[in-house]
Design a protein around this ligand. Sequence first.
Ligand SMILES: [Zn+2]
Length: 323
Amino acid sequence: MTIDSQQRRALLKVLGAGCGCCICGAAGARLLEYPLHATEIASKTWAVHGELSHFNLENGGNIVNVAFIEVPDGVVVIDTGPSKRYGQALLTLIEKTVPGRPVLRVYNTHHHPDHCFGNQVFDQSLIAAPQGVIDNINLDGNGFADNMYRLVGDWMRGTAPVAPGVALEAGKEEIGGRQFSLFYLSGHTSADFVVRDDTTGVVFSGDLAFLFRAPTTPHADIATWQGAINELSGLDKDLILPGHGPADKRGESLVQTSDYLAWLEDTLTGAVDSGLTMNEAMQLPIPDGFSSLSVVREEFERSVVHLYPALEDQLMPLIDVTR
Ligand SMILES: [Zn+2]
């Protein structure tokens, strides 16, 4: 088949305009850029807030709070986000906010991928956490990466888990002329690390505290978590940056997280006592006090999956099948 010059001109015009579909290469490719914004929550202390939702193809896993602090000699970073691409965007944001200041320390609050999968773009010898966090990243990091690739796709391109190069033990650390207090807790996971900037009184709680978003429980021990919240409640502080949700001046994140966990435990214990199946337990109503929390129904259902089998083992009577 041949085409005449008029048909050729018409064809070229269509191709030149670009049709915008995904098979037309760069013209149709989705731009994967994290819209990171730094909010100054205390003097020279910035939070980078993520969405109060789940990982998905639209947000690229950006559902987390990350922070950075300008100290006299450079910058301290708390958590690094869900991917290598996020880490690069975070570095760009830091450079734009505090130009020419070197990153001196990166803390990881725990091993969940939204908090530490941006580690790759930082010098590993500057990344620090307790040994328990390091062990958890080494143990679960590859599995988390597989799951994150499934959930958010191309946003994860090139991302691989990197464990901190520094295992912390001391209770205080001076970085770049600023003192930080370090608290080694657990409950949300087996190793939760909390950092307090002793100059501003800001406490970076990681996921021991959530605000206006339902807590996640895949590695939770609720009784231990409640103990950690008690400890954080008694801590001298001026502001809490929870792992998810807005910065919190009045300790509301600790109260909300504790109340939700208490309800969750009571509800699931009651459900096991009543002989409900997991599917039946998932249908239980969410009380008014928690129904406005973001993604609460989904997180409650996930918590049933995480916590129900152990509660059944603990609470249901053993039947001697040998008799
Ligand atoms: Zn977490």
